[in-house]
Write a protein that binds this ligand. Sequence first.
Ligand SMILES: *Cc1c(COP(=O)(O)O)cnc(C)c1O
Length: 232
Amino acid sequence: MIEERYREILRRISSACERAGRRTEEVTLVAVSKTHPPESVNELARLGHRNFGENKMQEGRAKIPLCNGNLRWHMIGHLQTNKARDVVRLFSMVQAVDSLRLAQELEKHADQQSRHLDVLLEVNVSGEGSKFGIQPGQLIPAALEINRLPHLELQGLMTMAPFSDNPEDARPHFRRLAQLKRDLEKELGAPLPHLSMGMSGDFEVGIEEGATLIRVGTAIFGERPKPQMPTE
Ligand SMILES: *Cc1c(COP(=O)(O)O)cnc(C)c1O
């Protein structure tokens, strides 16, 4: 079941790349395994898949040691600064850096652990109050500071589009993120390799707008259990 869905996603990535005139190797699929067991991760790992995403430190801490050892883990969820030590220990990339303070805390632990950490800045492109992320107007000053931290490798930007059933609704937000990356590259005087945008419902739009990382959970692993409603 997971294998079939995975292969179908790979096919859809290829055709989206073809439509967009891009090479398939330009897009990395991050399989979002949150709420799913280590067995499901290892099933994909056996098929040769390497990049996985988790959004909660507590879950990652329990799951990652039970998974195949040569995987690349991406932290894709909001992180409290007191979780920085473990994230540096377990993850290769933090995609959701949303404050200078978090970046400084990651830098401190990366230094202590003699590690380098790839980071993306999460941008709140839509301006929705419920979303984490740096406001677009604050992006450049924050990025210039974070870019100076010696153990962090600033590699680009990440965003989440507002929830919608229509993938086209995500397009203007993805386009805006791509523009912000170009603006930032000008300020930095150097190219940034990554744009992380697109999930199960809208990854093809993400690819058409230049995504290099897409984060797909449900379309590979199936529905996640719904959070329990409080009962009287
Ligand atoms: C859960 C999650 C995803 C994957 O969502 P699906 O709709 O299941 O593909 C992607 N990005 C982030 C930040 C997430 O939290």
